[in-house]
Design a protein around this ligand. Structure first.
Ligand code: FES
Length: 110
């Protein structure tokens, strides 16, 4: 697991970028609705950082800052074009006052 930060360091409705993971892929960790979500940081459409996107707290989603595809923070699924491929999600563990990400293997991408 990768330690991201202490609980409370990511304000509600915001995200931090953690890079790189063991497979070299940066991860975006979001704090929304009292929960944490982790996704690959790079949009599946082009090279944009989802950490810099607009968090839609009511939909538990992030809007890509480049072409506005929205990705569900729980599943990584895009809600519409131009992105058509989900971003990979990762498990988040909160333990002993810290936030950790357990990276999903790149081999698990279908
Ligand atoms: S780069 Fe994200 S929608 Fe185009």
């Amino acid at each position: 697991m990768i330690r991201v930060c202490s609980v409370g360091e990511i304000p509600e409705g915001e995200a931090v970028r953690v890079d790189p993971g063991p497979d070299g892929v940066p991860v975006a960790v979001f704090h929304v609705g009292g929960a944490y979500y982790a996704l690959d940081d790079t949009c599946t459409h082009q090279d944009a950082s989802l950490t810099d996107g607009y968090v839609e707290e009511e939909d538990c989603a992030v809007e890509c800052p480049l072409h506005a595809s929205c990705f569900d923070l729980r599943t990584g699924e895009p809600s519409g074009p131009p992105a058509r491929t989900p971003v990979r999600t990762h498990a988040v563990v909160v333990e002993d006052g810290a936030v950790y990400v357990r990276l999903q293997s790149a081999d698990a991408i279908v």
